[in-house]
Design a protein around this ligand. Structure first.
Ligand SMILES: [Zn+2]
Ligand SMILES: [Zn+2]
Length: 378
C-alpha cells in the first residue's frame, strides 16, 4: 500500500504503489511501463490524472526533445513521462499541505518555477532562470511537468500547489484540460497590456492558442477581433469563439484585408500564433504606429525581419513563453463563467492506452483534429 512518510492519504481514495506510465525511449518511441507512484514533497500534492490534452509541443518533445530538458540534456531514454496539459483529482497531500483536500478536482499549470530566482519572484515562472535545474547538486527544485519533470501521460503526477486550480463539477474533464491553453492566450494578452477593451486585435494562426486567443480577446472586450489562417474549417471555429472577421490568407492579402476592415487605420495588437515565415513583417504592416505584437508560436526556422519598419513605427514586440503571471487563473475564471466555450476546439477523445493513435491524430490532423484528449479509464 502507498503510504510514504509524511504524506497524507485517504482510504476512500486508495493509491497503488505502482502505476502505469508512458515513457520516452528513443525519438518517437513511447513505451507503456510500470513505475513507482511518485511521492509529493513539501508544497506538493499527488494528482490522479483523469484527462490530458495533446499539444503541438508534445509532438516536438517526443520527436526532437526540446523544449524538454531532463538532467541537463535531451529527454530520451531517461524514464521520462511527457504530457503537460492535464487535469485530475487530488489523491495525496505532501507534508504540510492544507490548501487542497483529497478528492478535489483540479486542472494544472505547467510551470512551477524554482520560486527563488528573480523571474519567479516577478511572477514570470515560465521564464525561470533555473529552468531544468532539479537534479543532483544543481537542484533548485524547478518543475515544468512534461518538460523538466514527469508529466501527465501516466496514472499519477506530482504537482506544486501553486500550479493547481480547483474546478467545479460543471466543467467536464475535457474542458478542464483546455484551461492552460486559454491561460497561455491570456498571458499573451496580459503582456500586451491587458486593457484591450475597445481596441482592435488580430490573431494570426488558428491553432489552439490562436483560437482561444480570439475567445479571450473577445471576452476582454476587444473589438473588432480578426482571425487569419489558411483552413476554412478552423476559421469557422474562430468565428464561433468570437472573431468578428476571419480572413483566409490563401484567398486574400491579410494586410489589405486589415486596412479595409479597420477603415485604413490598421490594427492595435497582433497575437502571432502561426509561426509562419514572414509573420512578423506581416504583423508589422498590419499594425498602426505604436502597435504591439505578441509572439506565441515557436517557428522552426529563423526569420528575416524588417527592423527599420518596426523602429520607424514604434512597434513593440513581446515574446511570451507559456502561461505566466497566474494568467491561467484568469482564463479559468472566464471559462467557469461561460464567457466562451473552449470545448469547440476539442475534437477527439481516446483512452490513455491508445496514446500513440491519439498522437497520430494530432500530428496528421486526421478528421480535422484540433485538440485531442486522452483519458485514464476509471
Ligand atoms: Zn502545450
Ligand atoms: Zn525561478
Amino acid at each position: 500500500m502507498y503510504a510514504p512518510a509524511g504524506v497524507k492519504t485517504d482510504p476512500k481514495m486508495p493509491v497503488p504503489e505502482m502505476m502505469k506510465a508512458w515513457v520516452l525511449g528513443d525519438p518517437n518511441e513511447l513505451k507503456r511501463v510500470e513505475k513507482p507512484t511518485p511521492v509529493p514533497g513539501k508544497a506538493e500534492v499527488l494528482v490522479r490524472v483523469d484527462a490530458v490534452a495533446i499539444c503541438a509541443t508534445d509532438l516536438d518533445v517526443i520527436s526532437e526533445g526540446p523544449p524538454a530538458m531532463i538532467e541537463g540534456g535531451k529527454p530520451f531514454n531517461k524514464n521520462f513521462t511527457p504530457g503537460h496539459e492535464y487535469m485530475g483529482t487530488v489523491a495525496a497531500l505532501g507534508p504540510g499541505v492544507d490548501e487542497f483536500a483529497i478528492g478535489d478536482r483540479v486542472t494544472v499549470e505547467i510551470h512551477a518555477g524554482c520560486g527563488q530566482c528573480k523571474r519567479c519572484r516577478m511572477g514570470m515562472y515560465t521564464s525561470c532562470l533555473n529552468y531544468g535545474l532539479n537534479y543532483g547538486e544543481m537542484d533548485k527544485g524547478h518543475r515544468a511537468n512534461g518538460f523538466t519533470t514527469n508529466g501527465g501521460f501516466a496514472t499519477y503526477a506530482v504537482n506544486n500547489i501553486n500550479t493547481l486550480i480547483k474546478i467545479g463539477d460543471e466543467m467536464s474533464d475535457e474542458e478542464a484540460t483546455l484551461v492552460v491553453t486559454a491561460g497561455t492566450s491570456m498571458y499573451g494578452l496580459t503582456e500586451l497590456g491587458g486593457l484591450v477593451a475597445g481596441e482592435s486585435v488580430l490573431v494570426s494562426g488558428p491553432g489552439p492558442i490562436g483560437l482561444l486567443g480570439v475567445a479571450v480577446a473577445k471576452s476582454l472586450g476587444a473589438t473588432p477581433v480578426i482571425l487569419t489562417g489558411t483552413r476554412d474549417n478552423r476559421l469557422e471555429v474562430g468565428r464561433e469563439l468570437g472573431a468578428d472577421h476571419v480572413v483566409n490568407v490563401r484567398n486574400e492579402d491579410p494586410v489589405e484585408a486589415v486596412r479595409k476592415l479597420t477603415g485604413g487605420k490598421g490594427i492595435d495588437y497582433v497575437v502571432e500564433c502561426s509561426g509562419a515565415p514572414g509573420a512578423i513583417n506581416q504583423a508589422g504592416r498590419m499594425l498602426n504606429r505604436g502597435g504591439k505584437i505578441c509572439l506565441a508560436a515557436f517557428p522552426h526556422e529563423p526569420d528575416l525581419i524588417d527592423v527599420a519598419h518596426l523602429v520607424r513605427n514604434n512597434i513593440y514586440i513581446y515574446g511570451i513563453r507559456g502561461e505566466g503571471k497566474s494568467a491561467t487563473h484568469r482564463a479559468h475564471a472566464f471559462m467557469a463563467a461561460k464567457r466562451f466555450d473552449a470545448t469547440k476546439i476539442h475534437t477527439h477523445t481516446f483512452d490513455m492506452e491508445e496514446l500513440p493513435t491519439a498522437l497520430r491524430y494530432a500530428r496528421e490532423r486526421i478528421e480535422d483534429a484540433i485538440k485531442v484528449v486522452v483519458k485514464n479509464a476509471r
